[in-house]
Design a binder for this molecule. Structure first.
Ligand SMILES: [Zn+2]
Length: 288
């Protein structure tokens, strides 16, 4: 006799294979993923908990947020088979916990990438890298230690400049505290480890609400991604743009969505992704 949970498993497979194109159907989410998807939906207006549950997310095996929440990963393989190794793209959502739209767009992109039968890149999406900031009451930009994760990366100028920059230029703005040392936070260390082991050819970190596209690192940047026009913002000691773009010499794109709380439609976020894939196709030919 089939158990109720086995039936639930089959139902989830049918559901996800109905919406996905090329990718293997997602298995039922582990309980930890199920639970955090529900919490995201309670916090973010317009967040689809089923899109989250059926996204095929895995909690990172050896890392947790400061408060012990799972750090989520979704790998989406290239849809077009090739004799050459696909180039790899790492996408981060929600490094600032109060930028809800960035997390929603990361999930919209996972769904869109899974259904794209023509894209030839390998993607790793980390849709919510600061779950403690997002699920705090109220949500805040920093992690649970009050550190701005996007100022905590081990850039070569961190020791000399990160804290003095924070005190001088931001007047010790608590929203921009870089931490007491580079890489002090488990979330930052996990992202650095992901970059180290995954070896992306490009990094995309989704933010809000500046309504522009920022770009760091080598290559000629795209003039626009969707409705976001290029307007380089510069780098800061300890920022991901500084670490990935200037130190590791990888192209780092930072789409800054127009609002932090209003969710773009799947069509709008899809246009950003289409332009991104177009730029990748032109600038990152398949590896030999
Ligand atoms: Zn941000």
């Amino acid at each position: 006799m089939r158990s109720k949970s086995a039936l639930g498993f089959v139902a989830a497979l049918l559901l996800s294979s109905g919406s996905a194109g090329t990718d293997a159907p997602a298995a039922v989410a582990p309980a930890a993923v199920d639970n955090i998807c529900r919490q995201f939906a309670q916090r973010i207006n317009g967040f689809n908990p089923d899109q989250c549950r059926l996204a095929g997310l895995k909690p990172a095996a050896a890392a947790r947020s400061v408060e012990g929440r799972p750090l989520l990963v979704r790998d989406v393989p290239a849809a077009v088979p090739s004799a050459k190794a696909p180039r790899r793209v790492l996408v981060l959502g929600g490094i600032h916990g109060d930028e809800y739209s960035a997390v929603v767009v990361a999930f919209q992109w996972i769904e869109r990438l899974r259904g794209d039968r023509f894209q030839r890149f390998q993607w790793r999406v980390l849709p919510c890298v600061n779950p403690d900031g997002l699920l705090a009451q109220p949500s805040h930009r920093t992690n649970a230690h009050g550190v701005d994760l996007n100022r905590n990366f081990p850039t070569p100028d961190w020791d000399a400049h990160a804290v003095s920059y924070w005190k001088g230029k931001t007047h010790s703005d608590p929203r921009r505290f870089p931490g007491t040392q580079a890489g002090s936070e488990p979330e930052t260390r996990w992202i650095v480890e992901q970059i180290d082991s995954y070896k992306p050819d490009a990094i995309v970190s989704i933010h809000a609400p500046l309504n522009v596209l920022d770009f760091d690192g080598p290559y000629t940047p795209p003039a626009k991604l969707g409705y976001l026009r290029l307007a380089p913002l510069g780098t800061y000691p300890g920022s991901l743009g500084g670490y990935g773009g200037m130190f590791l010499r990888l192209p780092v794109m930072t789409p800054e969505l127009p609002t932090a709380t209003h969710t773009p439609s799947a069509e709008q976020s899809g246009r950003i992704l289409i332009d991104l894939i177009d730029w990748l196709n032109k600038n990152l030919p398949a590896e030999g």
